[in-house]
Design a protein around this ligand. Structure first.
Ligand code: C5P
Length: 234
C-alpha cells in the first residue's frame, strides 16, 4: 500500500478533557492529520469533537473496541460511519466482526480487529476459559478477521511480519507501542522505533505519550514523519 508518510502517523489523543485535546490539535497544526480517540476522551465529549476534526479535514480513528450482540454492533457501527470516522476497533469475535463489516457498508469507515488484548497472557486466557495460547488465539482470530472481510488489525510491531503472512496485503496493520529512539517507554513493554515498525510491515503507527508529553509536540511529530519517510523510501 502506498501511503504518504504523514498519513501513516496517528496521534493518540489520550487526554482527559476537550480543552486539552483542542490545545494539542492546535499545537500540532498541519504536522498531524490523523487522530485516535479512545474511551477517555470519547466519554468526555470526544465524539462531537471527532466530528469537528473530520469537518476540519482530519482523519479520526475511534478506538472503541466494540463487542455486543450482532444487531447492536451493526447499528452502532452505522452511527460511527455517519460521524465520518476512518477507523473503528472491534473485538475479534466472529459475530462481532461480521456485524461490524455489515454496519460499515457503503461508508468510508474501515473496521480494525483487536485479536487478543496485549495485557493478556496465557494465564489470563485460561482464566477466561480459553484452552489456547495467546499466539494461537491471535493467529486464529486474524484468519477469521480476514475471512470476514475486516479491513485491518491492531498489533504490536513485532507481530506485524507474522500477521502479514495471515492477513495478506489487503488488510492494514496498525501498530501502537512506538517509541522514537531516546524517548521514555512508559508502561509499554513491546516497543519499536517508527522506522523499524514500518520496516516490519506496519501501515499506520499510533503514537501517544512521546508526542503528547514532548516539550515540542509538533517537532516530535515532524521527526517521526521524517523517520517514516526514510523507512518507506529505503
Ligand atoms: O502513549 P502511547 O504511545 O503508549 O499510546 C499508545 C496508544 O495505543 C494508547 O492509546 C493505547 O491505548 C493504544 N494501544 C496500545 N496497545 C494496544 C492497543 C492499543 O498501546 N495493544
Amino acid at each position: 500500500m502506498r501511503l504518504d508518510a504523514r498519513e501513516r502517523l496517528i496521534v493518540a489523543l489520550d487526554l482527559p478533557t476537550l480543552k486539552a485535546a483542542e490545545d494539542m490539535v492546535s499545537r500540532l497544526g498541519d504536522s498531524v492529520n490523523f487522530y485516535k480517540i479512545g474511551y477517555q476522551l470519547a466519554f468526555a465529549g470526544g465524539l462531537p469533537f471527532a466530528a469537528g476534526l473530520i469537518a476540519a479535514g482530519k482523519q479520526v480513528f475511534l478506538d472503541l473496541k466494540l463487542h455486543d450482540i450482532g444487531n447492536t454492533v451493526q447499528k452502532g457501527v452505522e452511527s460511527v460511519a455517519n460521524i465520518g470516522a476512518t477507523f473503528l476497533t472491534v473485538h475479534a469475535y466472529p459475530q462481532t466482526m461480521k456485524a461490524a463489516v455489515a454496519g460499515r457498508q457503503g461508508s468510508r469507515l474501515r473496521i480494525l480487529a483487536v485479536t487478543v488484548l496485549t495485557s493478556y497472557d496465557d494465564t489470563d486466557l485460561a482464566a477466561a476459559g480459553y484452552d489456547m495460547s495467546v499466539g494461537e488465539l491471535a493467529a486464529a482470530r486474524a484468519g477469521q478477521a480476514r475471512d470476514t472481510g475486516v479491513d485491518g488489525l491492531v498489533c504490536a510491531a513485532e507481530e506485524a511480519a507474522n500477521l502479514r503472512g495471515i492477513a495478506g496485503l489487503g488488510m492494514v496493520l496498525v501498530t501502537p507501542g512506538i517509541r522514537p529512539a531516546g524517548s521514555a517507554t512508559g508502561d509499554q513493554k513491546r516497543i519499536m522505533t517508527p522506522g523499524r515498525a514500518i520496516e516490519a510491515g506496519a501501515d499506520y503507527l499510533v503514537v501517544g505519550r512521546p508526542v503528547l508529553e514532548a516539550r515540542d509536540p509538533q517537532a516530535t511529530a515532524d521527526a517521526i514523519v521524517a523517520e517514516i519517510e526514510q523507512a518507506t523510501s529505503a
